[in-house]
Design a protein around this ligand. Structure first.
Ligand code: SAH
Ligand code: SF4
Ligand code: F3S
Length: 503
């Protein structure tokens, strides 16, 4: 697709209602085909983000709302979007009725995620009718898909602005156009290799923080849309990551989570230095921040050096999210995961030997095209053998433009639903067993806040990421405490306070 977009029928019909001129400033729709390409261009790191002079203070007296639908990466992008809007003078809105700008930061990973966004975009029509000055924007992974942009152009013309995951830093420029031209502004970059370093971030809370260590994904698992929506793998320079973590420690944050679609591939794109994820963790563990987590690690690049560094413990907590997707080597092959059941189980053995108290969690897809009952049972047996503390389980959802979407699928949806239920039943049993084993034990918690359901109860997480509720004074929020586990359930634990930890 060219930037004019005039060759696609959907765009043509959309253009009927808006003059060509309306698109002359920013009309750059996405292309999955372009997004698939992986070039050899060098990654440029930019340190010169700033708000254009004429947009400084443009939001004074106005309010914004960012609604986030995706993964941690998306949540963190929303923090950047909020940071940029606040630098322009906007203040947060309590709800959509008082907002002057509403941005939907979307997720494309499964069909139901997309359906939800379209449903809510539909509801916004009335909002826009009541307040014609409202700016309604769509960003995030769905914006990177041409089918989505075509659908919005055609059926959701009350949207004012569409931008993608690679040009968040362009928000002030795009917003300027959306505000002053009052026509739909579309700018989505499909192929992008740059890193923008110094964008402002409005972090949610002051206890835990996300830190991006890399962007994009080059793995191209056959079911997955992410390599198309997030571009090629590119790592932030170690000095930039280390400086950000040091600054967060100085500000008093207690826990950071390093983010990447495949953190174990960190540094593989550096041409001038040999420095991988294990090296980064080895440097970060020396920083005075109490807890460091990371997500997500791909089993294929999980090397011995990384295990060795993780085994040093300290602020590197013993929780490892290691998505397996399937327990069948044949299915893994069709998924292009590039490891076998045996390789995965061997990796788990190594991790357990080096880090005995590690909690392992995972992601699993059931009902991949053509998955047989035997292959599904191999997933069940792997889950039993590994003994995960918890698992995110999904029914396979075809994503347009990915190889698996055109694979023959003879598994009825009803069977897929039954498999998901069988898998969840098994995992719930194992999660409960794991939690019951903690009864009577004393664990260290980082107190995160009041329990969502009962303000008299506080909630915190163990180093292994388990949620524990206990009665305690609110002054403990943000502190470390020792708690004895008194009751174990499938998803939560209850405890009583033993001591406050002097961290
Ligand atoms: N980068 C991470 C995964 C990010 S997406 C990794 O490789 O581990 C999070 C999870 O969504 C995946 O692990 C997978 O289990 C699930 N997922 C991705 N695409 C999917 C699809 N098309 N249908 C169903 N589940 C999917
Ligand atoms: Fe998707 Fe695979 Fe990349 Fe994870 S590693 S984001 S599942 S393509
Ligand atoms: Fe969704 Fe994009 Fe994250 S597709 S899971 S928001 S990377």
């Amino acid at each position: 697709m060219t930037t004019s977009g005039s060759s696609t029928p959907d765009l043509k019909s959309a253009q009927k209602s808006k003059s060509k001129k309306d698109y002359s400033i920013y009309f750059q729709p996405p292309s999955l085909k372009e997004a698939k390409k992986r070039g050899k261009e060098e990654v440029t790191v930019h340190y010169n983000f700033s708000i254009p002079e004429d947009m400084e203070g443009i939001g004074r007296g106005k309010r914004y709302l960012v609604r986030t639908y995706g993964c941690q990466m998306n949540e963190h992008d929303s923090e950047t979007i909020s940071g940029i809007l606040e630098q322009m003078g906007y203040a947060p809105a309590k709800d959509e009725t008082e907002a002057d700008i509403i941005l939907f930061n979307t997720c494309a990973i499964r069909e139901n995620a997309e359906d939800k966004v379209f449903g809510e975009l539909g509801h916004m029509k009335r909002m826009k009718y009541n307040n014609p000055n409202l700016i309604l924007g769509v960003c995030g992974c769905m914006s990177q898909e041409e089918s989505v942009v075509n659908k919005i152009l055609k059926s959701y013309q009350h949207v004012d602005l569409i931008f993608g995951t690679h040009n968040i830093h362009r928000l002030p420029h795009l917003l300027r156009d959306a505000l002053f031209s009052k026509e739909m502004v579309v700018e989505v970059w499909s192929k992008e290799g740059d890193i923008i370093e110094n964008m402002p971030k409005l972090r949610e809370g002051s206890i835990k923080a996300w830190v991006n260590i890399m962007y994009g994904c080059d793995k191209f698992c056959t079911y997955c849309i992410v390599p198309y929506t997030r571009g090629k793998e590119r790592s932030r320079r170690p000095d930039d990551v280390i400086a950000e973590v040091r600054e967060l420690a100085r500000q008093g944050f207690k826990e950071i989570t390093l983010l990447g679609q495949n953190v174990n591939a960190y540094g593989k794109d550096f041409e001038d230095i040999t420095y991988g994820f294990g090296d980064l963790l080895d440097d970060l563990r020396k920083i005075d921040i109490p807890r460091i987590r990371f997500t997500t690690s791909h089993p294929r690049d999980f090397d011995d050096h990384l295990i060795e560094v993780l085994a040093k413990g300290g602020n590197l907590v013993e929780q490892i999210h290691l998505p397996v997707q399937s327990g069948s080597t044949e299915v893994l092959k069709k998924m292009a995961r590039k490891y076998s059941r045996e390789h995965y189980l061997e990796l788990v053995r190594k991790i357990k030997a080096a880090i005995p108290h590690a909690a392992l969690t995972t992601d699993i897809i059931v009902g991949f095209p053509g998955e047989t009952e035997e292959q599904f049972e191999e997933t069940l047996s792997l889950v039993e053998e590994v003994g995960y503390d918890s698992a995110y389980t999904f029914i396979y959802s075809p994503r347009e433009g990915t190889p698996a979407a055109v694979m023959e699928d003879n598994v009825p949806h009803e069977v897929k639903k039954q498999r998901l239920q069988r898998l969840m039943d098994l995992q719930n049993r194992i999660s409960l067993e794991k939690n019951l084993a903690l009864q009577g034990e004393v664990v260290e918690l980082l107190v995160e806040g009041e329990s969502k359901t009962n303000p008299d109860v506080l909630s915190g997480r163990t180093r292994t990421g388990k949620l524990v509720h206990f009665a305690g004074d609110k002054s403990l929020i943000g502190q470390f405490v020792h708690v004895r586990i008194t009751e174990a359930k499938t998803w939560t634990l209850h405890g009583e306070i033993v001591t406050k930890v002097g961290v």
